[in-house]
Design a protein around this ligand. Structure first.
Ligand code: T4K
Length: 420
């Protein structure tokens, strides 16, 4: 039955698992457009559901550590808690060095400086803006390569096409925690004499061919921002097996000081505080729980979305270790409602889904002014950026929350342009 609004009342199959789940779903029923908050109905959720809800480990253990830090009156400057965190992370990833930093962006800046990148560096446009800005901030030119639409990660063939005599390096991004094409990029960098590093901001706890992300290229950079799988409130780190590089980055994050009164290098302030490291140690002890709740949410979305024509979920490979931190949907061009309209409808329901990483770095300033026609060589970036919808997840998202969200999406899938 079609409604004048262009929506059709949902016909339900009482035997499907999702339908059974939806019948016990306690929140509002969305069977037509009039039930949507954007049309004046009450929202599905009283409180906003966020994409980046922090994973927070055992409160008591954190508070004990915080109390010990206060007692010790040692708050920063490569303190014992930060050093312990560095050792634990290096062991967890299986690398020689972890250099903890105040955030992922500074970690990227320090890593690219320590590698002496200059001129042009190739990065994906489909990433968080910090990947590009960390270069631009140092007057290194980010050159945007296209992605593989199936993986959302760099397409090595596109990287190849972007190399010029000014190119000094490549930064691969393990987007959504799914590995970049590591082997292909390593081969390419070797053949063209380029330095290779990775922005592994999304990749803590994940693997590529069974090996932990963090051990590839010359170094890898993590973000430990509040919204990341593993957080230290704000924070980040560079991990590497290169002793000299690690030494240099330790100097650079502390103004270039080598002992008291002796500055031997230009540096900045990239140090991690003790309280941030305490959060890191606490969260590191609980990451199995974080993976479990993320995975449960991802699978609930995946199973519920399977019956929604025109929506697909970006899958995590069963042969890798994943952190499942991002639930990434793609809206097919034939879905009856545009991706942007879906975002408006969901936000009205208090579902704060995001369009990461629309519109692509090349469409943000200053890059849009520098390269107004970059989109012509980034067709897959443009396509994917127009389709992606990142959904709320995290420990506080319940199964019923997810069923509620999917109920809204299913009602949109049932929209038709046919006249009543
Ligand atoms: N490279 C890549 C590939 C990255 O994704 C990032 C960061 C970086 C480099 C740089 O690393 P950092 O310098 O940040 O360490 C968020 C994060 O701020 C950013 O760290 C992250 N990427 C990016 C993907 O997401 P926004 O602008 O979306 O943040 P915001 O404030 O809108 O928060 C996102 C969601 O999380 C909201 O729904 C609110 C919720 N939230 C946020 C915070 C801070 C919470 O529930 N609790 C919180 O404490 O960028």
């Amino acid at each position: 039955m079609y409604l004048s609004s262009g929506y059709r009342v949902l016909t339900t199959n009482p035997f499907s698992t999702v339908e059974r789940a939806l019948t016990r779903f306690p929140l509002k029923v969305v069977s037509s457009a009039k039930d949507l908050a954007i049309n004046g109905a009450p929202p599905m959720f009283d409180e906003p559901l966020h994409v980046g809800r922090p994973n927070i480990g055992n409160h008591e253990r954190f508070l004990n550590r915080a109390s010990a830090i206060l007692e010790s009156a040692w708050l920063s400057n490569n303190g014992p808690v930060a050093q312990e965190l560095e050792q634990r992370i290096a062991a967890f990833i299986g690398v020689k060095h972890c250099v903890a930093m105040c955030n992922g962006t500074i970690a990227l800046e320090i890593a690219t400086r320590a590698l002496e990148l200059t001129g042009e560096v190739i990065v994906p446009s489909y990433t968080f803006i910090a990947t590009a800005h960390a270069l631009q901030w140092q007057e290194i030119t980010p050159i945007f390569a296209d992605i593989d639409p199936a993986t959302h990660n760099l397409d090595p063939a596109s990287v190849w096409r972007m190399i010029t005599p000014r190119t000094t390096g490549i930064i691969g991004v393990h987007l959504w925690g799914r590995p970049s094409p590591v082997k292909e990029l390593e081969a390419l960098a070797k053949e063209r004499g380029l330095r290779l590093m990775f922005d592994a901001s999304h990749g803590f706890g994940c693997t590529s061919d069974g090996k932990p992300l963090g051990g590839f290229g010359e170094c890898e950079v993590f973000s430990f921002h509040a919204t990341k799988f593993f957080n230290t409130f704000e924070g980040g780190a560079v991990v590497t097996n290169n002793d000299a590089l690690a030494d240099k980055m330790r100097l650079m994050r502390n103004f270039g000081f080598s002992g008291y009164d002796n500055v031997i290098y230009p540096g900045t302030n990239g140090k991690m505080t003790e309280i941030a490291a305490a959060m890191g140690l606490t969260n590191l002890e609980d990451i199995d729980q974080f993976v479990a709740s993320n995975r449960r949410n991802y699978e609930t979305y995946r199973d519920a979305i399977a019956s929604v024509h025109g929506l697909s979920i970006l899958e995590y490979s069963e042969s890798e270790r994943n952190n499942y931190q991002y639930v990434v949907l793609e809206v097919a061009p034939y879905f009856p409602v545009s991706r942007d309209r879906i975002v408006e409808i969901l936000h009205a329901e208090n579902v704060l889904a995001r369009k990461y990483f629309w519109p692509g770095c090349h469409n943000m300033q200053p890059y849009r002014s520098y390269y107004p026609h970059a989109g012509l060589v980034l067709p897959n970036t443009m396509l994917v950026a127009e389709r992606v919808l990142v959904m709320p997840t995290g420990a506080s998202a319940s199964e019923d929350d997810i069923f509620g969200i999917v109920a809204i999406l299913r009602s949109l899938a049932a929209q038709t342009s046919e006249p009543p």
